[in-house]
Design a protein around this ligand. Structure first.
Ligand code: GLN
Length: 196
């Protein structure tokens, strides 16, 4: 199985490293031709508005959207979660997504860059031990549709608990960045449970 990492912007190198740590040689994806060669995709953290605009410039936005709709296993972290959400709150005017997961995410829900933080969170479906989660201008999930499985939640500044890791069939998304920790259990879960 060939796993690609969307390498237009954001921390795609960290995802490639995480794949290597899991024994998988990932490939960078920037063009429709490179997309055709992969079986699964990771959308990195970064800035969702920039990812959209570069994906359009590279004419890979619609091809990715179609592959996702046709069932390509895809994992998105942070900005990648936003890209996989069907709906966004606090979006930039007219901001589009690839969509696929029936959720509404709130961009920058956990605050601005200075409000970035780390925490150990419980995600029993992914790992028996708590997962080290790093949140950087992270979204949270505000509405969850039928068929979406919540894998982890975290309390926001509003005092309520919000989903921060979700799965809908072949699609997986986390509001946090496992790729910049040395805990690769989310990547392993993606490779072993979502891609198979
Ligand atoms: N706030 C960013 C966005 O809207 C996501 C931040 C991140 O990926 N660390 O795309």
């Amino acid at each position: 199985m060939q796993v690609g990492v969307l390498a237009l912007q954001g921390d795609f190198r960290e995802h490639l490293n995480a794949l290597t740590q899991c024994g998988v040689q990932g490939v960078e994806v920037r063009t429709p031709l490179e997309l055709e060669k992969i079986d699964a995709l990771i959308i990195p953290g970064g800035e969702s508005t920039t990812i959209v605009s570069l994906a359009k410039t590279f004419e890979i936005f619609e091809p990715i959207k179609k592959r996702i709709a046709k069932g390509m296993p895809t994992y998105g972290s942070c900005a990648g979660m936003i890209m996989l959400a069907d709906h966004i709150v606090a979006a930039k005017d007219g901001q589009e997504t690839f969509g696929g997961i029936d959720i509404t995410v709130r961009r920058n829900a956990f605050g601005r860059q200075v409000d970035s933080f780390e925490s150990d969170i419980s995600a029993p479906a992914i790992s028996n031990s708590p997962i080290r989660a790093i949140f950087i201008r992270a979204p949270w999930v505000e509405k969850i549709g039928k068929g979406v499985e919540v894998l982890a939640s975290f309390q926001g500044s509003d005092g309520a608990s919000h989903a921060v890791a979700v799965r809908q069939g072949h699609l997986l998304a986390t509001a946090f960045h496992p790729e910049i920790t040395d805990d690769f259990s989310v990547h392993r879960y993606f490779l072993e449970k979502v891609c198979t």
